[in-house]
Design a protein around this ligand. Structure first.
Ligand SMILES: *[C@@H]1O[C@H](CO)[C@@H](O)[C@H](O)[C@H]1NC(C)=O
Ligand SMILES: *[C@@H]1O[C@H](CO)[C@@H](O)[C@H](O)[C@H]1NC(C)=O
Length: 267
């Protein structure tokens, strides 16, 4: 059930990384590491297996495909299932419906194949909510309703970038510690006055709610999620970082963008 992009360039990029991940070198480095043994295997008996990605209109491409790249690599090491969720089975679009937000009438917006509608309610363990222009949309009713209904049954909610603003509007993040994109900080935090917003933070984990800072921070969150939740996670995360040639930020407090965008340290 791989998502299929209408933009072949992106698909080829993804496949290239996948091919590199199934090379023997990556596998060898996963199995040669032993430091996770000390954690015992008890907590890994029922790791999250079914991921759902919410695809609101005008989602940010990398908010979805950054974590998706990382978790897809994990799916080569353990059994995982994926649902790409939207309102209807029509391809999910990154293009906004507002012409004013496309001044030059560009046609540069990939579409993603949807596998389930919100009404299908696939039994997901982890819901990933991306941001993008979507987060500023006044028309998020079906997304907010879906998040609200799905949340009690989730093992984890993961928000990427301004996806925190979307999830916060649904109310499910009330009382949780969370972070979001620092450039959009004022606008997003206002969407969840009862959320304990945290800065500086590359990502924040608070029980079942995990949230990342801007766009690329979603990759660091996904790698940390693997380190913590899957057997041999540290070795697997390191192998994935190497395969995608990403230098991960390992300290959740390391966040150069908080100062850059004058976000007052809090929580
Ligand atoms: C974890 O690593 C150990 C050896 O380092 C290996 O025996 C075991 O099969 C690995 N488990 C998984 C789930 O990859
Ligand atoms: C925008 O571009 C599309 C083709 O991509 C064209 O059909 C349409 O007429 C253009 N609209 C304007 C207002 O130029």
């Amino acid at each position: 059930m791989l998502p299929v992009l209408s933009n072949p360039g992106l698909l080829i990029t993804s496949l290239t990384v996948v091919m590199s991940l199934i090379s023997p070198a990556a596998g060898a480095s996963v199995h040669s590491r032993t430091e996770d043994k000390s954690c015992g295997s008890g907590m890994y008996k029922s790791p999250p297996r079914h991921f759902g990605f919410l695809l609101p209109r005008a989602f940010s491409v990398l908010d979805v495909f950054g974590p998706l790249e990382v978790f897809q690599a994990l799916a080569r090491q353990t059994k995982l299932d994926l649902s790409m969720l939207s309102r209807t089975m029509d391809p999910a679009k990154t293009e906004t419906i507002h012409a004013a937000m496309n001044r030059f009438n560009s046609s540069f917006f990939p579409q993603v194949v949807v596998t389930h509608t919100y009404a299908d309610k696939p039994p997901i363990d982890v819901l990933v909510v991306p941001g993008g222009a979507a987060a500023r949309s006044p028309d998020l009713g079906p997304e907010l309703e879906y998040i609200r209904k799905a949340f009690p049954k989730l093992k984890y909610l993961i928000t990427i970038c301004t996806g925190a603003g979307i999830a916060a509007q649904s109310g499910v993040m009330d009382g949780y510690r969370a972070t979001t994109n620092k450039q959009a900080w004022k606008q997003m935090t206002a969407m969840g006055p009862k959320v304990k917003w945290v800065s500086p933070a590359r990502w924040v984990e608070d029980g079942k709610v995990w949230s990342s800072s801007g766009v690329t921070a979603g990759i660091d969150l996904a790698l940390e999620f693997i380190r913590q939740k899957y057997e041999n996670g540290t070795a697997i995360a390191e192998a994935i970082s190497g395969a995608i040639e990403h230098t991960p930020i390992l300290d959740w407090r390391e966040d150069p963008w908080a100062a850059k965008f004058n976000v007052t340290p809090q929580n």
